[in-house]
Design a protein around this ligand. Structure first.
Ligand code: DI6
Ligand code: FE
Length: 383
């Protein structure tokens, strides 16, 4: 993997929100720019990309957190009808405006650290109307904030209470009713699913992927978070944009991701918050040349995290990613995981002029500090 591609004494020129030059100042031909901003020796990175969030939802799960502190496990709470399903109740009860309003403070926290592109999943509505309401709320975040939003339909996230445990029947509803409605309304840029013993089986995920394929939608997958269901290989077979979590991925899975160019999205915040002990096999992913991104996984249950800077620190401290891997993981590889590498994620001519300008001496500072935000300015589409 090439490194950060650092340019000293660099210059970035933009026109109509697009980068028209990015490189060394000395090599830049005379540019007749009406506005020149001197960054006074600061560092400029691409605007950060958070490629995996569940940031739109009703309520919170602070009480569950207390129960976990008293000894309950994440899996036990999920099986006892808490967990995702309790957020489903709150999400269904919320209005679309309410979902936007409750998500905005979390979105603002990420944006304040230089995030300019954010993926948002549904998956807490778990019926057609509530899933569509969540996705509309997600799209609206990009209308009320200077931010690019990419949406994923995650109907196959958990079982809604009224499905009475019949997973196959619920997946039929996801494929035949929910997904077509979401696709027709143009509400989803991709389709995601949760493949695990407390989620859905590879066979059920296959049905969802087939339905997505028939509608021309790209797929991604929550895979190998709590157990190895060979979800990564399944995702790769469908040319998935990404396979996410991957604590339990094996060598075959890593090879499949590499072959397919499917990005491995690591989510150290969830690993930390649910006190996982099995780490994703980063060396294995490296050895096979798998693209590695990292993301916040911002969600009320397993990762109430709204900081990509902290995510980078966790990826380095807990998973031993290098500084370069962390920075590339929240820019270029995160953009790749969203299928948006042609538009964002690097500083290159033709791409959207999305920048984060930092008050730092060296890039490692962005990964090294905990709870400190050295941003100087954030630029989205040239503004
Ligand atoms: N895995 C996760 O970490 C989140 N969803 C998933 O499939 C957890 C979502 C939640 O607990 O609310
Ligand atoms: Fe997730």
């Amino acid at each position: 993997m090439p490194g950060l591609g650092i340019v000293e004494n660099g210059l970035i020129a933009a026109c109509d929100g697009r980068i028209v030059y990015a490189g060394s100042e000395a090599d830049a031909s005379a540019l007749d720019a009406p506005d020149v901003i001197d960054c006074a020796g600061r560092w400029i990175t691409p605007g950060l990309v958070d490629c995996h969030t569940h940031i739109v939802h009703g309520g919170d799960r602070a009480h569950e957190f207390e129960l976990r502190l008293a000894g309950a496990t994440y899996e036990e709470l999920a099986r006892a009808g808490g967990g995702i399903v309790s957020t489903t109740r709150a999400t269904r009860a919320a209005t679309e405006d309410g979902l936007v309003a409750s998500a905005l403070p979390r979105v603002d926290a990420l944006m304040a650290e230089g995030v300019t592109t954010m993926e948002v999943k549904s998956g807490y509505g778990l019926d057609r109307d509530a899933e569509m309401k969540s996705l509309r709320a997600a799209r609206r975040l990009g209308e009320v904030r200077p931010l690019s939003i990419v949406t994923s339909f995650l109907g196959a996230h958990a079982m809604p209470p009224e499905a009475a445990g019949d997973k196959d029947a619920y997946i039929t509803k996801v494929c035949d009713e929910m997904l077509p409605a979401v696709a027709t309304a143009g509400l989803a840029d991709a389709v995601d699913a949760f493949c695990d013993n407390i989620g859905f089986t590879p066979e059920q995920v296959t049905r969802v992927f087939e339905a997505a394929k028939a509608l021309g939608l790209r797929v991604k997958l929550h895979a190998e978070q709590l157990s190895n269901q060979h979800g990564a290989a399944l995702a790769a077979r469908y040319g998935a944009l990404s396979a996410d979590h991957l604590e339990h991925i094996d060598e075959e899975g890593a090879m499949a991701l590499a072959r397919a160019g499917t990005v491995a999205v690591l989510l150290p915040g969830a690993f930390y918050f649910v006190r996982e002990t099995q780490k994703p096999p980063v060396d294995l992913l490296r050895r096979h040349g798998v693209h590695i991104a990292i993301a916040s996984d911002s969600n009320p249950g397993s990762c109430p995290l709204t900081s990509l800077l902290m995510t980078m620190n966790m990826a380095a401290t807990l998973f031993r990613l290098t500084v370069d891997e962390c920075l590339i993981g929240v820019t270029r590889e995160a953009a790749r995981a969203l299928g948006r590498l042609d538009d964002v994620g690097t500083l290159e001519t033709g791409k959207s002029c999305d920048l984060a300008i930092w008050d730092i001496e060296r890039p490692a500072e962005l990964v090294y500090r905990m709870g400190f935000n050295p941003i100087h300015a954030r630029v989205w589409r040239g503004k």
